[in-house]
Design a protein around this ligand. Structure first.
Ligand SMILES: Nc1ncnc2c1ncn2[C@@H]1O[C@H](COP(=O)(O)OP(=O)(O)OP(=O)(O)O)[C@@H](O)[C@H]1O
Ligand SMILES: [Mg+2]
Length: 306
């Protein structure tokens, strides 16, 4: 018998968790996405990357976005960042339409995006100086943020002297130094090994606890999403549509490495069911056929070699 059957439902919330969500929903809305759609047009035809996406995030909320590869997660975050146009619907930040990039949004990507020729501190100062802050003021601000991400001792180091996790901490400091309303993160820990990744997750929660910022965080990793998020937006592919917006029933503070509490397990089971739904007999059969065809081709290649 499946052990999951003895667990509570993922929709069940303890009094403390329910109260937290009640309070959270009373906070102001920072980001509102209404009927958002994106169609890419190319020589090969049209791709509907996003269709009718609707959700809101509240002040200091932590929302994770998950979904199969190609379901439009990066497209969504690039539209929110103002780096990509949308085909239909609206994106409102503090009730104002997003029409391009702005200081009110900070971005952290999976790839390391620090300037290699600048020191850690100069990297963090860069955005401020671009926005006309004087050097002294920018240096003071950068030091404060480096302290917050625990890298004040590395202020004069260059990016190549840092580990992957440390580089992403600098990227977070650089994004936060402009005091954005929302921090947009696209698989920021995707390139890290499991241990550094777990450390960075705990570290990010610690930063978030100390800063007035809303976070939208894309990940492929279900454990990561449950560990970090208040709510998880689950997308499906082709076209990218919202399947469910799940309120994570795991209480805060979250305990690093504790991925086996009943609330954690039921949430994970729900996410698994949404992302990897059981296949029908016809789907399994057609997969079998294509594997067999593949093998026949492989055998032919071997024959040719002989
Ligand atoms: N510039 C583009 N031109 C045409 N199609 C695109 C473009 N960018 C993305 N797409 C298509 O839009 C869909 C969504 O892509 P997107 O990169 O947003 O997915 P994703 O969920 O971030 O995937 P992954 O998990 O692999 O990062 C895919 O089918 C992709 O091929
Ligand atoms: Mg992506």
């Amino acid at each position: 018998m499946d052990a999951i059957t003895n667990l509570p439902n993922y929709l069940d919330q303890s009094e403390a968790v329910k109260n937290r969500f009640d309070r959270l929903k009373q906070r102001e809305v920072i980001l509102e996405v209404k009927n958002l759609g994106k169609v890419y047009k190319s020589a090969k035809g049209e791709v509907t990357a996003l269709k009718d996406i609707n959700f809101k995030t509240h002040r200091r909320e932590f929302v994770c976005v998950i979904g199969p590869s190609g379901c439009g997660k990066s497209t969504l975050i690039r539209i929110l960042a103002g780096l990509e146009s949308h085909t239909s619907g609206d994106v409102l930040l503090d009730d104002k339409p997003v029409t391009g990039p702005g200081r009110d949004r900070g971005m952290v990507f999976q790839g390391y995006t620090l300037f290699p020729w600048l020191t850690v501190k100069k990297n963090v100062m860069f955005g401020l100086e671009m926005n006309n802050a004087n050097t002294e003021e920018a240096a003071r601000e950068a030091s404060l943020w480096l302290e917050l991400v625990g890298l004040d001792k590395f202020a004069n180091a260059y990016p190549h002297e840092l580990s992957g996790g440390m580089k992403q901490r600098v990227a977070i400091a650089r994004a936060l130094v402009n005091k954005p309303r929302i921090l947009l993160m696209d698989e920021p820990f995707g390139a890290l090994d499991a241990q550094s990744r777990a450390k960075m997750q705990a570290h990010l929660l610690e930063i978030w606890r100390n800063v007035d910022v809303t976070i939208l965080f894309i990940t492929h990793d279900l454990d990561e999403a449950i560990f970090l998020a208040d709510r998880i937006l689950v997308l499906k592919a082709h076209p990218g549509e919202v399947q469910e917006l799940i309120e994570v029933p795991v209480p805060r503070p979250r305990i690093p490495g504790n991925y086996t509490s009943p609330e954690f397990l039921v949430t994970k089971a729900r996410l698994e069911a949404l992302i990897h739904p059981p296949k029908s007999a016809t789907e399994l059969e057609s997969e079998e056929v294509s594997i067999t065809q593949h093998m026949i081709r492989f055998v032919n290649v071997e024959d040719n070699v002989e």
